[in-house]
Design a protein around this ligand. Sequence first.
Ligand code: UD1
Length: 424
Amino acid sequence: MQAFVVTGGTRLEGRVTVPGAKNSVLKLMAASLLAVGRTRLTHVPDILDVSIMAELLRRLGCIVEYDAVASVLVVDVPEELGHQADYDLVRRMRASIAVLGPLVSRVGLADVALPGGDAIGSRGLDMHVGGLTRMGAEFTSEHGFLTASAPGGLTGAQIWLDFPSVGATENILMAAVLAKGRTVIDNAAREPEIVDLCEMLQQMGAGIEGVGSSTLAIEGVEQLAPVEHATVPDRIVAGTWATMAAITGGDITVDYAHTKHLEIALDKLVTAGAMIEATATGFRTSMQGRPRAVDVVTLPYPGFPTDLQPQFIALNSVAEGVSMVTENLFEARFRFVQELTRLGADVHTDGHHAFIKGRRRLSGAPVEATDVRAGVGLVLAGLVAEGQTTVIDVHHIDRGYADFTELLTSLGGEIERVDVPSRG
Ligand code: UD1
């Protein structure tokens, strides 16, 4: 097992380029299944989840080539596709479920192992299943697999989501583009990653209206053509670097980033005392002195992203004042708080609220990353803790952050990747 050893007390300063978004590229890769031929994706991050999705596509019969230096991934999709996503891959990455919609619409059959992935609470599939069922798919669940079949093809339908689920919106959208007739998704999620997926599908020839709004209207077409597409910048990685600048009293410029995708989070950093300055290709975050505490409430986009919640709890744990962070998406994301308190943070949780009393100092200790964002949240805390913080289970961080230790070191951080004995 690998761990990061972080030595606290350094100020981060410099420039980093943000890769394409993990949460977009995995879906763009799934969307490539919708067209026979070579799809070329650029700005593809060199992260574990991309390799897992590449393996999944290979097992479905695709040829996948990745050039990590150029950040380019090519998927060559055959005429005849397989239909099974195995447990060994789905277990490692819940986003594997994104192949469900494309497979059922192109092949008429999908066998997807029931997901595991991040240990961040119960993440149902009811809206994925409900939406595709309305379009004519039939579902059964046996031996740990979810099977969807639609031998006669899917038909457009009117679908209302109970909640703007990112994954359900994407699966229904990818099924609808090849369905017969018109599908309308109401209360659709409108994250920048969904806009990115819509734009790629439009380039491929899909008929989609309402992109970026909470009502998507999709007119099904007979077939789609493969395209070249640049992945949208990873707003969560950009927001993580900005929070690192704020917590260490540093100065970091991020390139390949859109401030408009991070409006609330950057506004919160300004309230905490940071200076944010837009640049031609991204933005700069600088901070002097101790941060001020900020309240945060996570919500679907354009609300504050749950994927930046642990980073902001870390920031608040050393800020001046008290704060409340409310998590509305994934209840188990507060598991990270237990680890943070091992570093001396004063945080109490009650249901989906965390109450944080900022302390001047944290003190380094061994802690465990419970998921990708919790992992970086702990690294942030380690950067301002006295002495050494050892974060174990860092494969979670590798799932979402490319070249993490190298980039942190280039900014002046003290971090080392080490092998540690695995538990039991
Ligand atoms: C995606 C992101 C994740 C991010 C989340 C919210 C990827 C790979 N992951 O996850 O990083 O934190 O969006 O921005 O893109 N739910 C149901 N039934 C469903 C679907 C979802 O109850 O059918 C619930 C989930 O349990 C969860 C909430 O809805 O509590 C949000 O889930 P969703 O928006 O679907 O997130 P993901 O697509 O899983």
